[in-house]
Design a protein around this ligand. Structure first.
Ligand code: NAG
Ligand code: NAG
Ligand code: NAG
Ligand code: NAG
Ligand code: NAG
Length: 441
């Protein structure tokens, strides 16, 4: 543990840093595209990709987003045909526009090559190690005549962003993920003994919570009614267009900064649920143990997609019906229950940002700059008969200043260790000082 004078200095510096950041725009569109543009080797390759149908320009929708050292990575899940690259980094082209550069390479985007990435909806970056955990839901050949054939099984690839090399890969056995409908959607990590060990993944179409244990190189799953799609929320209307018959269950998933709790919610549904990480990692897929421990925290205002939990104990979540991002101020509600995260209920929520152009807030990510970054993907229009309109912005990367940080952000977590994770809250500073002094003694 740091000496308390060093600690005070760190707090003072971070306060200075956050007020400096606050002078920047409170919110802005960082990037936007009418049609998603990729960085092709040259025009010939691009033209050939279009004429062969390998690239159908209107069929790419940016969904997932994660940041690392100011680098912005986005996914384009293969929701329709003709998506040339499913995992990408946003770069500036020689012409000055923003384009998607396939990550880690074009070769890793080949459909039907099971060694390559097939269909990536989400990834998570272990900020400590600089490793990206890429969740690939695999490839099913939908043009095969009778049943879609699982050509490439779902997998996880752990990739070192700093040194550009693959660290590890794990292929899910069909008994864990697969047979019939499944879709690996969103992912969070937890650290054990100082390094990332577990990935928790939502399976939106088979209604499962999947756990991958990196150290044991194994996986198991849990099922529970809270992970299903609630028929009451099967239709979602955005900008006068309705998507009907949604069967999408558990999707948004979030992790507390002390790695003690996992939070999740369904797309077709409004409940937010909490389960202790230790139950997930010790019960080896026993859904009875899951049912005994899971907690319904309350209901969101609207159905939503992604979620993110901040280092300062706020849960941010997408709101689809009213084009918004909400925040649940957990610290506020904790005062009603003497700071007990095992009994706190979702009560104090507020809108962080809303805008007519927030059409389908998709994935959220807290970055090192105190901003909440997120994508909007216009999925209702994208899935409509005519698809998107090429003359208006469809895919937007936004950022909103929330003065909060990623759950893995060590600068915040170090300050909070040993004092119930709430020391970042100014009025508790004194208590934390006393506590940290106490722990040092
Ligand atoms: C375009 O790029 C491809 C792939 O890198 C290469 O084979 C081809 O020679 C290039 N064509 C031109 C005209 O530069
Ligand atoms: C998908 O299936 C169709 C029909 O069986 C076949 O022609 C095509 O080659 C398959 N594509 C891949 C990438 O396996
Ligand atoms: C924790 O990590 C250290 C250093 O990597 C290792 O030596 C030790 O065995 C680990 N402990 C457990 C319980 O895994
Ligand atoms: C959803 O829309 C369909 C088609 O319009 C309709 O039949 C169904 O009743 C709607 N479901 C709900 C829960 O409103
Ligand atoms: C939705 O429809 C109403 C009534 O026709 C219209 O006034 C409004 O501008 C439309 N909104 C959008 C976002 O298209």
């Amino acid at each position: 543990m740091m000496g308390s004078s060093t600690w005070l200095l760190a707090v003072a510096l971070s306060l200075v840093a956050s007020s400096a950041v606050a002078a920047e725009p409170h919110n802005e569109r960082v990037f936007q595209w009418n049609i998603v543009e990729y960085e092709w080797p040259n025009q010939t390759v691009k033209d050939e990709a279009i004429s062969s149908g390998m690239y159908k320009p209107q069929n790419s929708a940016i969904n997932g987003i994660k940041l690392y050292n100011k680098r912005v990575f986005v996914t384009v899940p293969r929701l329709k045909e003709g998506v040339p690259s499913t995992l990408n980094e946003i770069v500036t082209s020689s012409g000055g526009s923003h384009v998607l550069r396939p990550y880690p390479s074009w070769d890793m985007q080949t459909i039907g090559d099971c060694a390559a990435l097939q269909n990536v909806q989400s990834m998570e970056i272990d900020l400590e190690a600089g490793h990206m955990w890429i969740v690939d839901t695999g490839y099913r050949n939908k043009s095969a005549l009778v049943q879609p054939i699982d050509v490439c099984l779902p997998k996880i690839i752990i990739y070192d962003i700093v040194n550009n090399r693959e660290i590890h890969r794990y292929t899910f056995p069909k008994l864990t993920v697969g047979y019939g409908l499944f879709y690996l959607n969103d992912v969070v990590l937890s650290y054990h003994n100082g390094s990332a060990r577990y990935a928790f993944i939502s399976d939106t179409l088979d209604y499962k919570l999947v756990v991958y244990d990196y150290r044991m190189d194994t996986s198991y799953t849990y099922t529970h009614p809270s992970m299903q799609a609630d028929q009451q929320y099967e239709n979602i209307t955005i900008a006068n267009m309705t998507i009907t018959g949604l069967i999408t269950g558990i999707n948004g998933i979030a992790m507390s900064p002390d790695f003690r709790y996992v939070y999740y919610s369904s797309v077709a549904g409004v409940g937010i649920y909490q389960i202790e990480t230790s139950v997930l990692t010790s019960s080896q897929g026993n859904s009875g143990a899951f049912a005994a421990a899971v907690r319904h925290l309350g209901n969101k205002e609207w159905p939503g997609d992604g979620m993110a939990y901040g280092a300062k104990h706020n849960l941010y979540y997408s709101s689809l019906g009213n084009n918004a991002v909400y925040k649940w101020d957990i610290r506020h509600d904790l005062t009603d229950v003497d700071g007990n995260l095992d009994t706190v209920q979702l009560t104090t929520t507020s809108i962080v940002h809303t805008d007519d152009d927030l059409e389908w807030v998709d994935t959220l990510c807290l970055a090192e700059d105190g901003y909440l970054w997120f994508t909007t993907s216009k999925l209702v229009k994208f899935f409509s008969q005519d698809g998107i309109t090429a003359t208006e912005p469809n895919f937007i990367v936004w950022k909103v200043f929330v003065n909060d940080y990623n759950y893995m952000d060590k600068t915040w977590n170090e300050q909070t260790q040993g004092a119930s994770g709430l020391c970042a809250y100014p009025f508790l500073l004194l208590v934390c000082l006393i506590l940290s002094k106490g722990f040092e003694a």
